[in-house]
Design a protein around this ligand. Structure first.
Ligand code: ADP
Ligand code: MG
Length: 247
């Protein structure tokens, strides 16, 4: 579904992503891990069109999408949920998701039109699937951090993505919220058939969720493989047990 080939990006003289290679098959859960500053967010921004790569290719369903606008990439079925929560804080939980659903349908939020009505059913469906239905009427800005992150996922689902990319979906969450978010991500994969690519700096966290893992450090891909392969990799152990970059 996704094939990243030799992708690179510099900021001035600084090489943030160097020759990244990554394959994601339909139906898989794949994790990118690496210490802070490893280049994970930059890699995701290159894939989703927020940044233009200096070199390399990004094939999504066989089409080279490198350099396309985020909007066009999104239309092709690839959604990104951000590391930093990105919601309309003064709108309700329901409205935030409804706007995303309407945007996919190329409609704006105008209440009492038939279109808005259609989006209502789909919005409830999404809120139910992520477990936010009870909080539909809540003003988004008053949600707990954990719920905000789940709302972000719900907004991304409004695009009906085939591939959902999540940048540190559990960042800042309590252990309890983290467990719930992990369970949700697993359900999105198994029950809704979503292909998922996410990144994390906590290695332990991804082991029981991801089927395959790519490890980055200082912009470079230092390992790639199944959980077991990555766990046993000497370079990975060094990166995590030895010198912390600046976590
Ligand atoms: P990660 O998500 O793995 O923590 P990032 O992709 O955010 O890492 O950052 C990788 C490196 O690139 C960091 O050293 C960061 O400071 C640098 N970087 C990221 N974005 C920019 C930018 N817009 N301009 C300059 N440097 C950047
Ligand atoms: Mg990051």
């Amino acid at each position: 579904m996704l094939s990243v080939q030799g992708l690179s990006k510099s900021f001035g003289p600084f090489l943030a992503v160097a020759d990244a290679n990554l394959e994601v098959a339909r139906g898989e859960v794949v994790a990118v891990i690496g210490p802070n500053g490893a280049g994970k967010t930059t890699l995701f921004k290159l894939i989703t069109g927020q940044l233009k790569p200096d070199g390399g290719r990004v094939l999504f369903k066989g089409q080279d999408i490198a350099g396309l606008s985020p909007h066009r990439v999104c239309r092709l079925g690839l959604s990104l949920s951000y590391q930093v929560v990105n919601i309309f804080s003064r709108m309700s939980v329901f409205e935030n998701v409804q706007v995303a659903v309407l945007a996919r349908r190329r409609q704006v939020l105008r209440l009492f039109t038939p279109a808005a009505h259609l989006a209502v059913d789909e919005t409830w469906e999404i809120l139910n699937s992520v477990g936010l239905a009870e909080k539909a009427a809540v003003t988004s800005g008053t949600l707990s951090h954990g719920d905000s992150k789940v709302l972000e996922m719900a907004i991304a689902l409004g695009n009906r993505p085939e591939l959902l990319i999540m940048d540190e979906p559990t960042a800042g969450m309590s252990p309890e919220e983290t467990r719930a978010a992990m369970a949700l991500i697993r359900r999105l994969n198994t029950e809704m058939g979503l292909t998922i690519l996410f990144c994390e700096h906590d290695m332990e966290l991804v082991f029981n969720l991801a089927q395959r893992i790519m490890v980055m450090r200082q912009g470079r891909t230092i390992a790639q493989g199944t959980c077991d392969e990555v766990r046993c990799d000497e370079k990975v152990q060094q990166a995590y047990l030895g010198g912390h970059d600046h976590a």
